[in-house]
Design a protein around this ligand. Structure first.
Ligand code: BYC
Length: 319
């Protein structure tokens, strides 16, 4: 692995790489704080993808047609894949996969607040695709230019898939909006419940964001939380109009001076509560993840035993 005590040359080379907008690669020397910050962000991102399977996964058996079931199954499989690329990207920094999972299920590492809200109706599946994946695309496209190479490269494929997810959600909602009055009401109800939690996905306001300044200086993050939240609101308003739904914010309006939408204040206390573990589904999400991890122990043991046996046989052949 890389040295911990830099000679001046290594530190300068790192600074030059960042200044020239080049990528830091796993074998390059990097400050320990840079390594820890990237591990923190990628691990939380990976955990979010894996926990994010649960709200929608619950709907696979109840999707209203074979077509909707196949689409949802494919989407959920994509999210599992994203988790795997991201855990692998973390391993390139020396993080241990078992340790990361332990940190998630013991609550020592965070995952996105959004997945602690329940998906109550099938309209929620559409709204998750449109708004949650839409927010993910908005937040993650700039991460394709993140300064840590394996993260930036993983984000390229993830963003392509997230953008497909966003479109499938929007298409589902378009179909429901051209259905019965009851279906239209279900969509509006789902939008009303998800809108504010989605705005929380971008993180705390810049004035309270502990990590943004350093992460921007290192080009791990390319925009602040508030910049991306604003970009998302501006992008979503015309989509809501085309869909025929109302975004539940009386303060939402176009501001010609700023050339952007003004919008109401997110309930930051609610976000803090959800991040602290007190959201509507936190306990259930972690319990389900832990049960899946414990239930999979025999598979990990069998794979390790098989690998050891195979290595033993290869040693005998080579003696
Ligand atoms: N929920 O200093 P800040 C997906 C934490 S996956 C919970 O601004 P930073 C999808 C933050 O980690 C969506 N915690 O932090 C999956 C920090 O805690 P620590 C996930 C949050 O890192 C399946 C503290 O609050 N996307 O889209 O500069 C299906 C202070 O925040 C949240 C990513 O992970 C939150 N909402 O900025 C469908 C994207 N917000 O570690 C869709 C990559 C903040 O100091 N990550 N915290 O204890 C990022 O872009 C950044 O990490 C964030 C936060 C913008 C999220």
């Amino acid at each position: 692995m890389t040295a911990t005590a830099p000679d001046a040359g290594l530190a300068e080379q790192f600074e030059r790489t960042i200044a020239r907008d080049q990528r830091v690669e796993p074998r390059d020397w990097m400050p320990e704080k840079f390594r820890a910050t990237v591990i923190r962000q990628i691990a939380q991102h990976a955990h979010s993808e894996i926990i994010g399977i649960q709200p929608e996964g619950n709907w696979i058996t109840r999707a209203p047609s074979l077509r909707r079931k196949a689409i949802l199954l494919a989407k959920v499989q994509d999210e599992a894949g994203h988790g795997l690329y991201l855990y692998s990207a973390c391993e390139t920094l020396g993080a241990d996969r078992t340790d990361l999972t332990e940190r998630l299920i013991t609550g020592r590492q965070k995952y996105s607040s959004i997945f602690n809200y329940p998906a109550l109706t099938f309209a929620d599946v559409g709204v998750i695709g449109w708004l949650v994946d839409g927010a993910a695309v908005c937040n993650q496209v700039p991460l394709c230019r993140s300064s840590y190479g394996p993260y930036a490269r993983a984000m390229i494929r993830i963003c392509k898939e997230e953008s497909f997810h966003q479109r499938q959600g929007y298409e589902l909602l378009m179909t429901m909006m051209s259905g019965t009055a009851g279906q239209r009401a279900m969509v509006q109800d789902a939008v009303d419940r998800w809108w504010w939690p989605v705005l929380m996905m971008f993180g705390p306001p810049d004035r309270e964001s502990a990590n943004t300044a350093q992460s921007m200086a290192w080009k791990i993050k390319r925009h602040t939380n508030d910049e991306l939240r604003q970009r998302f609101v501006d992008m979503t308003v015309p989509q809501a109009e085309a869909l025929g739904v109302t975004l539940p914010d009386p303060d939402l309006r176009w501001n010609p001076q700023r050339g952007a939408h003004d919008f109401g204040e997110v309930d930051w206390d609610e976000m803090k509560q959800v991040v602290a573990g007190n959201g509507p589904c936190n306990a259930e999400r972690i319990a389900q993840r832990k049960a899946a991890h414990d239930g999979g122990a025999w598979v990990r043991e069998a794979a390790a035993a098989h690998a050891a046996k195979k290595a033993g046989r290869e040693r005998t052949v080579h003696q």
